[in-house]
Design a protein around this ligand. Structure first.
Ligand code: SAM
Length: 249
């Protein structure tokens, strides 16, 4: 099996579990999108949520007035959860199984949102280029990626060691780490933390990046960019940065 296929398979099986167990909070996510993306970039727009997970952002885009929303993901478990959540919230969103390393999707979108996804693909840059290829002229791409810091190696080491535990212990260990690291504190997007710990410390594959690196990727597509959130977490070693890319003409 090729490296790309192997990583895609392991990652999708991992998220089949994560996104069946942990459900998001719609209101917190809505506030997040209103604050950082803005209603003017949502209302009446055709939006793609790439690596949609539970579909929370996709659903919120629709609730906030997007004209059309599509969510794609490689995990069947995630897509099933997303479809259920959309029905529960009475919104019409198209959810499709697709791999960002080789997307079948041919449609183009005004706004593309991909939160915490590209760094779990076997080739972050290739997935990024594929994503930008799905953008309409004049559109915007919002992405969150893990921030590379001097402490990143510690996080990667901890993840590699913790993954040596048998899978059946991963969820309880995540609960313990959550109590230690976050207490009762919720994340900016309303997650209570245990799912995030599972994601951070047990995910089969993750890479880390910097806003400067992504700025260069955008420039190579003749796009400008702006950092919207420098880091999302309590510890810099485990945070995402969130940025937007847009055409300069
Ligand atoms: C950390 S989760 C983020 C989910 C969602 N964006 C959110 O913010 O809640 C990463 C998601 O990316 C998906 N994913 C990973 N690799 C992918 C790929 N190559 N193509 C499409 N989706 C992928 C996973 O299945 C998972 O649902």
């Amino acid at each position: 099996m090729k490296k790309e296929e192997k990583i895609s398979k392991e990652v999708s099986e991992f998220y089949d579990v994560v996104w069946t167990k942990y459900l998001p909070e719609i209101e917190e996510q809505k506030k997040f999108l209103e604050k950082y993306i803005g209603i003017e970039n949502i209302k009446g727009k055709k939006i793609l949520d790439a690596g949609c997970g539970t579909g929370i952002a996709a659903i919120c885009f629709k609730l906030l007035g997007a004209e059309e929303v599509c969510g794609i993901d490689i995990s069947d478990g995630a897509l099933n959860t997303a479809k259920k959540l959309a029905r529960k919230n009475k919104v019409k969103v198209t959810f499709l199984k697709d791999n960002l390393l080789n997307p079948k999707l041919k449609k183009k979108f005004d706004i593309i949102h991909s939160f915490g996804v590209l760094h779990h693909t076997a080739d972050c840059r290739k997935s990024f280029d594929n994503l930008v290829g799905l953008l309409n002229t004049g559109g915007k791409v919002y992405i969150a990626l893990y921030l590379k810091t001097p402490l990143t190696f510690l996080q990667q080491l901890a993840r590699k060691l913790l993954r040596l535990f048998p899978k059946r212990f991963w969820i309880s260990i995540s609960g313990i780490i959550k109590k230690f690291m976050a207490g009762k504190k919720k994340t900016k997007r309303g997650f209570d933390g245990e799912g995030d710990m599972l994601d951070w410390f047990f995910v089969p594959y993750r890479t880390h990046h910097t806003p400067k690196e992504v700025e260069i990727w955008f420039n190579e597509h003749d796009m400008k960019s702006k950092v919207l959130i420098e880091k999302t977490g309590r510890f810099a070693s485990t945070s995402n940065f969130f940025m937007v890319g847009y055409t300069s003409k």
